[in-house]
Design a protein around this ligand. Structure first.
Ligand SMILES: Cc1cc2nc3c(=O)[nH]c(=O)nc-3n(C[C@H](O)[C@H](O)[C@H](O)COP(=O)(O)OP(=O)(O)OC[C@H]3O[C@@H](n4cnc5c(N)ncnc54)[C@H](O)[C@@H]3O)c2cc1C
Length: 430
């Protein structure tokens, strides 16, 4: 099963590969590398030409394990991205830092903050260097499944020229494009209320010195339910700054996106100080309605990965971790299937993935209803509990030995009750 594919020939005739991947983002690139390691002929079809902008710039330590397995860690380590040692939370004048060196789960103690245009291009170039073809500026427009589940995919270039790819299996890593969920009517609404994100990159960020320079800052606006702000520093001197909030809350700020973001920065104590001299590198961009779910994650001949599955909320920077974990698992399942096994996609893929998603979901819910902020700013928490929470924030959300993974909702409730009973003043109104 050679990976040599005649790209020229694609325009002339229908072609056959073992596996077709939609999208060259972190999910698509890492899945392709694992399939290639197993010797399968894989093709990635990518709508854009990289580098392209995408939001989602703060990795979690578990990403390092997954990049390593895909053979992509070394190239990432060579890029000199700024090191992220932890996550720091701010409420008014108060601050609490999680340090990834103090965790329940054995694993990576740091990761990186990455400008995604550069990071995704780095992964894609490394993928191509392994001999995996990426068909740039081609969009998947249609997928038809034969009786045996094998997909016949129509792709279209920018001039509207169409070609057909026959594959034995298709993995959808199309992110917000959600190609198969749209074509197969798999989209399901998120249970989270719709929120808006407003963001830019800035220069002139006055950063903390030393090891904490690369930490993410997550700053509550007036209270967590209304929204929060991220500050993610890069090695290139720029810093990503964004706000996530309900549209009703944002409506009280100026309508113009730049003015709105500036007003939000000015009204939040820690960012106000840190970003006092900041200048926007591009006009603030606004996106909304990004939280979405899927009715099923796999079916005959296909599986969804990354943001094409479910996207929760960015507060704990879980997106790329979930993209890489789902790609890792989906690629391994697809390899078994291509070798003639009949893996149970529901049990071994969807249920596995949902364990991690549901852990993050419990923590996201607890962030917005103010239990999580109450907990972390409480004097009553113990170091052992802090370490368990830290491993969730590091992306180790499949470690069932961690009580905060095994029973996240129960743990959050228990911890919240303990800390509000011993220190009632720490509770904030939700
Ligand atoms: C406001 C906000 C902040 C976020 N912050 C973070 C963060 O700090 N950390 C984090 O880990 N995550 C974050 N995320 C989530 C993160 O953006 C995504 O989870 C991540 O990019 C998913 O990777 P992916 O590989 O699934 O998809 P993507 O990276 O979106 O890649 C999908 C690719 O598919 C291509 N494509 C789409 N349609 C087609 C088509 N029809 N044919 C061919 N190709 C197609 C696209 O061009 C794209 O290149 C954030 C999200 C939001 C909304």
């Amino acid at each position: 099963m050679s990976n040599a594919l005649n790209l020229q020939g694609l325009f002339m005739s229908e072609q056959q590969v073992d596996l077709l991947i939609i999208g060259a983002g972190p999910a698509g690139a890492s899945a392709a590398c694992l399939l290639q390691q197993a010797g399968f002929k894989t093709l990635i079809v990518e709508k854009e030409q990289f580098p392209r902008f995408v939001i989602g710039e703060s990795l979690l330590p578990h990403c390092m394990d997954l990049l390593d397995e895909a053979g992509l860690l070394e190239v990432v380590q060579q890029q000199n991205y700024i090191i992220k040692h932890g996550a720091e939370f701010f409420r008014g004048g108060r601050q609490f830092a999680f340090d990834f060196s103090q965790q329940f789960t054995e694993g990576w103690r740091y990761t990186y903050q990455v400008p995604r245009d550069h990071f995704d291009q780095t992964l894609a170039q490394a993928t191509e260097a392994k001999g995996i073809p990426i068909l740039w500026r081609h969009a998947v427009t249609q997928v038809d499944f034969a009786q045996d589940g094998s997909p016949k995919t129509t792709i279209e270039d920018e001039a509207g020229n169409r070609s057909i790819i026959h594959a034995r299996f298709i993995l959808d890593g199309s992110g917000y494009g959600r190609v198969l969920p749209r074509l197969l009517n798999l989209d399901a609404p998120s249970h989270l209320p719709a929120r808006t994100a407003l963001f830019t990159h800035v220069t002139g960020d006055i950063r903390p010195q030393g090891e904490r320079e690369g930490n993410i800052w997550i700053c509550m606006l007036d209270d967590a339910e209304n929204g929060w702000m991220w500050i993610i520093p890069f090695a290139n001197g720029k810093t990503s700054v964004g706000v996530v909030a309900k549209a009703e809350f944002l409506a009280q700020f100026p309508k113009d996106p730049d003015e709105r973001l500036k007003a939000l920065i000015g009204s939040t104590p820690a960012p106000k100080k840190r970003l006092a001299e900041a200048e926007f590198s591009f006009a603030a961009r606004q996106i909304e309605g990004y939280s979405i779910s899927a009715k099923q994650l796999a079916g005959p001949g296909y599986a969804l990965m990354g943001n094409a599955t479910e996207f929760l909320d960015p507060v704990f920077s879980s997106g790329v971790t979930l993209a890489l974990e789902s790609a890792n698992r989906a690629a391994k399942m697809a390899i078994r299937q291509l070798k003639g096994e009949s893996p149970d996609w529901n049990r071994e893929y969807a249920e596995h993935l949902m364990l991690g998603v549901d852990t993050f979901r419990a923590f996201v819910n607890a962030w917005y209803d103010n239990r999580f902020p109450t907990l972390i700013f409480s004097e009553a928490k113990q170091q052992s509990i802090q370490n368990q929470i830290c491993s969730v924030l590091a992306g180790y959300v499949w470690d069932k030995a961690n009580p905060c993974v095994n029973q996240p909702e129960r743990m959050i409730e228990l911890l919240y009750k303990n800390c509000t009973a011993s220190h009632p003043a720490t509770a904030v109104s939700g």
